[in-house]
Design a protein around this ligand. Structure first.
Ligand SMILES: Cc1cc2nc3c(=O)[nH]c(=O)nc-3n(C[C@H](O)[C@H](O)[C@H](O)COP(=O)(O)OP(=O)(O)OC[C@H]3O[C@@H](n4cnc5c(N)ncnc54)[C@H](O)[C@@H]3O)c2cc1C
Length: 491
């Protein structure tokens, strides 16, 4: 069979081209008509996109300043099509980059070496809500909030709730091991994945786990694939554990005059053995950004920091007691008011400001970089203080928001308008490195939920030893000896 020539055509790239390296071999090549024809035979002509407008559309995710063009976008409709596309690509030695809905914050779905972007967007059906086993089986491109709505309509609950839940996919969540505000009480995506159907980089289809709660048959491949950032396998069907939907839910908004008081409240709540569903944190610059973006006033906008607390439960007596205790602790640490929302509309209004921060930063915030650091929960006040101190030294403008209840703070460092581009490049590098070192000294990690992807790969060795990195590379090689699946990420 003649596989033609794989020469990557020259494209105009972003100012910040992504470094592309796959096993030292440059595989930038060009997909010819014959190959496009073969792909069209598999998925149908209308699902193979090569026009500039679409290539541009699939060249970005939500990570600021990154862009990499695919040569072709393939929208597969089922597992067999994916298997055939990957088999073909493996034969040609063409990179394949899986893509969910492109909301990633570490450049994970960008095709750094060109080739095929394999979009999962057509595979968007919830297949089975299983009441007997308390499980749901879903295709990968179901929007996370849609999954929530589907199972909640049947009295069930899927807790993981990334702030992007209305626009990200469940497959992307599994690939990133995504978290969200409710991680405090319910854990992250990894705690709910029981089974996966996946296509390996040679096109073979495997099934791991299943509708079982326990499984120790060999190494835990299901959990190895969770958080693998699209580099080991492509998920085509996902089995998730569900729990009964809590009957009661309330949100509280507590304003503080001092940032450290808000942070201390988080530790105090946990010390009282109270584990809320969520404890989110926003500093004043974050509130200002949200106000500017939403074009409306945020309640208590003169506060130095807000805590947004969610509680849930089933028995009214227990719930009322919990509510009282949380109110008392907030007051003890200086909250000067407490807004309680027990109706859906009011609750949504409280969450609106917190959920929009990344969108606001991307649309109106200017130039910035995001950190996704996590520390043991008792160190949250120290982390926020350090993040601000680092910004001050480098003359950067910090915004701190995050999942305070689980120790995960998103620090956004913005470039001041009057700072020269070269100076910004130097300062942001310095600040990033210092923040990561400080985080690690506190017993933390450089990424909690956004992944290594492209943006954090230069920093991986700050945290992991050479031996650990070699082990990870060995795993990658065992799954993908030719290095065709999402190359250029993590390492
Ligand atoms: C406003 C905003 C708020 C956010 N809030 C949170 C938050 O609270 N918590 C959090 O964890 N993240 C958050 N994120 C980040 C992002 O939404 C998550 O990482 C999400 O899981 C990505 O899903 P996606 O479908 O957009 O994936 P994409 O961005 O398309 O892809 C992400 C990665 O997953 C891989 N991938 C996608 N689908 C598959 C598949 N089927 N098989 C194998 N690999 C696949 C890709 O190759 C890529 O490496 C936020 C992002 C934004 C823009």
């Amino acid at each position: 069979m003649n596989h033609g020539q794989w020469n990557k055509k020259e494209r105009k790239k972003d100012e910040n081209p992504v470094p592309c390296q796959i096993g030292g071999e440059d595989v930038r090549k060009f997909l010819d008509k014959e190959w496009i024809g073969r792909l069209s035979e598999i998925v149908g002509e209308k699902n193979v996109l090569t026009d500039e407008e679409n290539l541009e559309r699939y060249s970005r995710d939500e990570t600021m300043g990154l862009q990499a063009f695919p040569d072709v976008v393939v929208k597969a409709g089922n597992v067999q099509e994916i298997s055939k596309v990957v088999r073909l690509a493996a034969g040609w030695g063409i990179p394949v980059t899986p893509r969910g809905l492109g909301t990633g914050l570490s450049g994970g779905c960008l095709p750094t070496l060109g080739g095929i972007v394999l979009s999962m967007e057509r595979m968007n059906r919830v297949l089975d809500v299983d009441h007997e086993n308390l499980m749901v089986v879903t295709e990968p491109a179901v929007i996370t909030a849609e999954l929530h709505r589907t199972v909640e309509a049947e009295g069930l609950f899927y807790p993981p709730d990334p702030a992007s839940l209305e626009s990200c996919s469940i497959g992307g969540n599994v690939a990133e091991g995504s978290g969200g505000p409710r991680a405090v009480r319910y854990g992250t995506t990894k705690d709910y994945v029981c089974g996966l159907e996946a296509v390996l980089p040679n096109g073979e289809i495997i099934s791991t786990g299943g509708k079982v709660v326990k499984d120790v048959t060999g190494y835990n491949l299901t959990q190895l694939l969770v958080g693998s950032e699209g580099t080991l396998a492509i998920f085509t069907r996902i089995t998730l554990r569900l729990i009964p939907k809590p009957k009661l839910k309330v949100n509280l908004l507590a304003p503080f005059s001092e940032l450290s008081a808000a942070a201390k409240t988080v530790s105090a709540l946990l010390q009282e053995k109270i584990v809320p569903t969520a404890i989110e944190f926003m500093d004043q610059p974050a509130m200002r950004l949200a106000e500017k973006y939403l074009k409306k006033e945020i309640v208590f906008d003169t506060a130095a920091a807000h805590l947004l607390i969610e509680l849930d439960g089933n028995r009214k007596e227990d719930f009322d007691h919990l509510l009282d205790t949380v109110g008392t602790v907030c007051e003890r640490f200086g909250a000067w008011d407490l807004l309680v929302a027990d109706q859906k509309e009011a609750q949504n209004r409280l969450w609106e400001g917190r959920r929009c921060i990344f969108e606001a930063a991307n649309r109106i915030g200017g130039v910035y970089e995001t950190m996704d650091v996590v520390v043991p929960r008792s160190r949250i006040a120290d982390l926020v203080r350090s993040a601000q101190g680092i910004a001050e030294k480098s003359r950067l403008e910090p915004v701190c928001v995050g999942h305070a209840g689980d120790g995960n703070v998103h620090v956004l460092y913005f470039k001041p308008e009057d700072m020269e581009k070269d100076r910004w490049t130097e300062e942001i590098k310095k600040a990033t490195l210092t923040l990561y070192r400080t985080t690690l000294e506190m017993g933390g990690k450089i990424t909690a939920e956004h992944g290594i992807g492209l943006t954090r790969k230069p920093y991986l060795s700050l945290d992991l030893s050479e031996t650990q990195i070699e082990l990870l590379k060995g795993i990658k090689k065992a799954f993908d000896p030719k290095g065709i699946l999402n190359p250029g990420k993590i390492f």
